[in-house]
Every structure is written in C-alpha cells, then in structure tokens.
Design a protein around this ligand. Structure first.
Ligand code: EPS
Length: 401
C-alpha cells in the first residue's frame, strides 16, 4: 500500500514528508522533487514568506545512489523562516520567561481552523492550531507527490494543471489545448499559470485591487492526467472507487471547497445524450483496450474505474481566511468582540493550488497503479503492467477478426 504522511509547523524548524511503499529501482534525484517545490512557490499574489523560503529536500532514507531501495523515503525540508521564530516555536519550555507563549493568537480568523481547533484541542493560543493548519504543510505533500510523478513517468503517465478562474474572472479555453505533458511547460512561465493572457491581465488587476482593500481571492484550477491504462480503481466497493478517492485527496487540501470530475455539476443539468461519451473502435490504442470515447465528459472515469481517457479534475478554492482588513470575531482570552488577527499572508494562492492538486492526483494514481500491478521493484511493476496492457489490447481485436 502506497501511503504518505507529513509533519511540521509553518514556522517550526522543518517540514517532514515520509512516503512508504514506493518500489525499489526507481531512478530518483532530489532535483526531481525540488523542481515541483519551486513550482509551488511561484504565482502572483503570494506574500513575503515565499521570498524567504527556498524549498529543497534532503533525503534522509529510502534512496541510495540515485535509486529508491524500497524502504520508506523520508524527506526533510528546512524552514528558513525558523530562525526568526525560534523563541516563539521552541519545543522546550522557556525557563524564567514570563511570557512563554509569545505572539499568542486569541482573535480567531473566520474561515480558518483557529477557533474550532482551540475548542477541540483545548488550547489557549490559536497558534497551536494555525501553525499546522497553515498551507505551508502543502510543501510536504508536493514532495511526496513529486516522487509519485517520477514513478508515473516510467509508465508514460503525465500530469499538468492550469488556472481557469480567479476572483470572478474566467480564463477562456484555447482551441489548441496542450497535452498534460506540455501543459506545465506552457503555463509555468505565466504569473498565474493560466492559458488566457488577456484574462490573466484582468486577474492581476483584481489581485492588486484586493490587496489594496486588504481582501483575498479564491479561484479554480483544472488538473489533467494523460496515459492512464483502463482499469485503475474499482466499482465493487465504495472506498475503492477512484473518483471518490481523488475527491477525498483533493478536498483535504487547505481552502478547497469543491471538486468536479469531468464536466461535474454541469452533467446534472443536461440530458444523458449530452453527457455520456459514445464508444468507438480505435486501433493501436492498447492502453484503452483499442477503443476510444468520442468525447470525454466523464473526465476519464466510469464507475470509479479509469477508462484510459484523460483524467480531468477541477478544484475550487475559497479566498484565504487571513484578511488584512479583518472580519469580526471574538477574543477568547477576554470574551469580547474583536477584529480577527491579521498576520502577514497571501492575497491568493490559486496558482500554487494547481501544483498541490497535481501532487495529490499523482499520489492517488500511483497508489492505484501499485494496487493493480503490485511489485516490490519497478521492473516487477512494469512486467505486470505490460502483460495486462497486452492482454486488454488483444481482446477487442480478437473478437473483431
Ligand atoms: C500562511 C501564511 C503565510 C503563507 C503561508 C501560509 O505564511 P506566513 O504566516 O509565514 O507569512 O505564505 O504559506 C506558506 C508558508 C507556504 O509555503 O505556502 C497561512 O497562514 O496559512
């Protein structure tokens, strides 16, 4: 079972990511991970923290001489900002210090985990909650996802993302929409990771205006994944359906409020003839069993199983809950009405969301690949994968002949 866990507070010494279950023999360099960490740090609308951090991993285990060895892969990502927070975030009690909890947060931000977390964990300082609820944690997810992406690349499976909406402005879909393999190369150089330059200019103006107002903005990204074989996931039980597993993984990203697969909610409004994707024979398409969907409104999944068509996942993010012009709240240390805490923050992080959502999709897809094909070494996974693809490719041709 492929699984990962993360640890680390936003202003603690470091973030930690442990990925377990990756087969041995995968070529892997720290640079394969770092490239995605850098991508996550980009995007117009981020705050000053992203200039402080230069995220990069140190492998602590699981990788030797540029190859995975089958053991858990532990990664350390130091927080450069830690040096300014040592007193505040020290794990040891501060002897003789009259205010052991410096910069305590007692005015919880509406929309953040602050207040519910304080009640649940019985804390006096919401920093004990917000340090972990911070989107900084997504760095460690992206590290685990980058290794999954590297694994998928050996099977010609690629993932990419782009921003389709920001703060009330839609990006138009270009006629020559790139493949998943090319998408990131096109959008990563643009400030908001979108394919519509005219809309992007308006979005930038909207971000500048929101910043001036002390406000924040949400948006939508679309993740696509090409090269999947038919048959990942399963219809047989609720918790094996790949659409459900993708939705859970994506909804777990901080500030995400909605997930759609394919045309998603739109399919509820139109008749079946305009929703379901007709099937036709298609020679030399082994991965999909030599058939093709004429359209892909299902977004690559039917019955919780991959069809082999492009996987399409759309993700909606709410505006960040730290507003520089704060919303009303209560101060739980004085039991009085107050304005919420306003710490340094981002105006928007939707461009980064694309990179994080790619990481979660790569993880879920890699997990489904290993469930289907197994393998303690990548070579074993490949043998099983290739035998399966050869078998399904033979089926429809055999009958047609
Ligand atoms: C965040 C607040 C800001 C963001 C941070 C998430 O950080 P700080 O409190 O240090 O100014 O920049 O995002 C990251 C650090 C990151 O790596 O994405 C928050 O409160 O959630």
């Amino acid at each position: 079972m492929l699984r990962f866990t993360t640890a680390g507070e936003s202003h603690g010494p470091a973030l930690v990511s442990i990925l377990e279950g990756m087969p041995a023999g995968l070529a892997l360099l720290a640079a394969d991970v770092d490239v995605d960490l850098v991508r996550r740090q980009q995007g117009y609308g981020r705050g000053r923290r992203m200039q402080i951090e230069q995220d990069a991993v140190q492998f602590l285990s699981g990788v030797r001489a540029g190859e995975t060895i089958g053991s858990p892969i532990a990664m350390l990502i130091p927080n450069r900002d830690w040096k300014s927070w040592t007193e505040i975030m020290d794990s040891a009690p501060r002897e003789g210090d009259p205010a052991p909890r410096k910069r305590a947060v007692t005015r919880p931000r509406p929309g953040h985990a602050d207040l519910s977390g304080v009640f649940k964990y019985d804390r006096d300082d919401a920093r004990d909650i917000l340090e972990r609820a911070s989107a900084r944690e997504t760095t460690a997810r992206v590290a685990a996802g980058a290794i999954c992406r590297r694994f998928l690349r050996d099977f010609d499976i690629t993932a990419g993302s782009h921003l389709t909406h920001l703060g009330g402005i839609d990006a138009a879909r270009p006629a020559d929409f790139p493949s998943a393999a090319d998408l990131n190369a096109v959008v990563d150089s643009s400030p908001l990771r979108t394919l519509d330059a005219a809309a992007e200019q308006k979005m930038i103006e909207r971000i500048d205006a929101a910043k001036k107002e002390g406000n924040t903005l949400g948006g939508i990204v679309e993740v696509i994944c090409d090269g999947l074989p038919v048959g990942l996931g399963s219809h047989v039980s609720w918790d094996r359906k790949l659409d459900g597993r993708l939705a859970a993984a994506i909804m777990s990203i901080p500030a995400v409020k909605g997930v759609e697969i394919g045309i998603g909610f739109e399919s509820s409004r139109i008749p079946g003839s305009e929703v379901h994707d007709e099937i036709e024979l298609h020679a030399n398409r082994a991965r999909t069993g030599n058939v093709k969907r004429r359209t892909n409104r299902a977004g690559g999944l039917e019955g919780g199983i991959t069809t082999g068509e492009q996987l399409v996942v759309r993700v909606g993010m709410k505006p960040i809950s730290t507003l520089m012009r704060p919303l009303g709240t209560v101060d739980f240390s004085t039991s009085s009405p107050a304005a919420a805490t306003a710490e340094r923050s981002d105006v928007t992080a939707v461009p980064a969301l694309g990179v994080i959502a790619e990481a979660m999709v790569c993880f879920v897809v890699a997990q489904a690949m290993l469930e289907k094909f197994g393998g303690d070494s990548v070579n074993e996974t490949r043998r099983n994968h290739d035998a399966y693809v050869a078998h399904i490719a033979g089926r429809i041709q055999d009958r047609a002949e």
